[in-house]
Design a protein around this ligand. Structure first.
Ligand code: 13P
Ligand code: SF4
Length: 303
């Protein structure tokens, strides 16, 4: 049955000149049929370069929106339109305007995990893999970092010369991990290195041997001589980690962090959008012209 669906996906993909993009948090079977798998930055960058009429995006809403903004002529299909990132909406209305009134030289730095309306009001986007580099490169002293307080705090620690004002958003999956949970896994596997995503709380990052994006974590595990790792991010990365390192061991805190929105994507849903063309991402031209500026600025500053 699964084999049938995969075959149909691969045939239709070719027929419709479509490519499948997937984030590392999608299920392994989704990553397996994807043409490209990556972290948020890689996938956003790819959106500019990709040569295909249709992009099937296996991720959450903000990711599909970013691809559409950067690649307006393409059709971007979301296998499940309800897949959303809770953090992407965690900035209170009026907060950005209020901050702009308060600080004359303010730069609004928007983590790419945000809805399009927030990007429209921002100066530059960042992802977890380039946030430090981009904030450092900005001429502004005062930075309003939205929506994630944890990535914002991590950036503030790396760039102490800036006044970084934090917002109170967070990733509900990453904040559930605690220092105690990490210590428990570490006591069972004392030789394991702790690799953490910067969306984790400070108490987790303080225990980390490496902090980085999903791709950063994957690369670190691959290049390290260590044989065991405690992975402090969403469970989907295990697919790539095990593929790259069949003899290394990976542990997660318990309960294992799972982003249910990412997991709503199934092979059947990919096949459905390829057949029907349903769930195309739509972005108004007005929003697109506003949101493309911070996204393009990110791509420029991250070079
Ligand atoms: P990456 O930037 O590592 O892809 O992370 C995306 C994300 O949603 C983290 O929760
Ligand atoms: Fe959003 Fe968190 Fe899911 Fe990433 S893991 S998509 S930040 S809810």
């Amino acid at each position: 049955m699964e084999k049938d669906v995969v075959k149909k996906i691969l045939d239709l993909k070719e027929q419709k000149k479509a490519v499948i993009l997937a984030h590392y948090y999608a299920d392994g079977e989704i990553q397996k049929v994807a043409d490209y798998v990556g972290d948020s930055f890689y996938l956003a960058k790819l959106a500019k370069e990709i040569d295909a009429d249709t992009i099937v995006f296996c991720g959450v809403a903000f990711m599909g929106e970013s691809v559409k903004v950067l690649n307006a002529k393409k059709t971007v299909l979301m296998p499940d339109k309800t897949a959303d990132c809770a953090m992407a909406h965690m900035v209170k209305e009026g907060k950005i305007e209020q901050m702009r009134e308060q600080y004359e030289d303010l730069a609004v730095v928007c983590y790419i995990n945000s809805e399009i309306g927030l990007k429209c009001k921002s100066d530059v986007c960042v992802t977890s893999s380039n946030a430090v580099k981009i904030v450092k490169a900005l001429p502004n002293k005062n930075i309003f970092f939205i929506p994630d307080q944890n990535l914002g705090r991590y950036v503030a620690e790396q760039v102490p010369e800036k006044n970084i004002i934090l917002n109170d958003g967070f990733c509900p999956i990453h904040v559930k991990m605690s220092g105690e949970q990490v210590k428990k896994v570490k006591s069972a596997h004392p030789n394991a290195l702790v690799l953490a995503h910067p969306e984790c709380k400070k108490e987790v990052l303080d225990l980390a041997d490496y902090i980085g994006s999903t791709l950063g974590i994957i690369n670190y595990a691959k290049n390290s001589d260590c044989q065991e790792f405690i992975i402090c991010t969403e469970q989907g990365v295990i697919y790539q980690l095990q593929n790259d390192n069949p003899n290394k061991r990976f542990y997660f805190v318990q309960p294992c962090p799972i982003c249910h929105d990412m997991k709503t994507i199934t092979l059947e849903k990919i096949l459905n959008v390829l057949i029907t063309g349903e769930n195309a991402v739509e972005v108004s031209e007005q929003d697109r012209l506003l949101a493309i500026k911070p996204l393009d600025k990110m791509l420029e500053l991250a070079k």
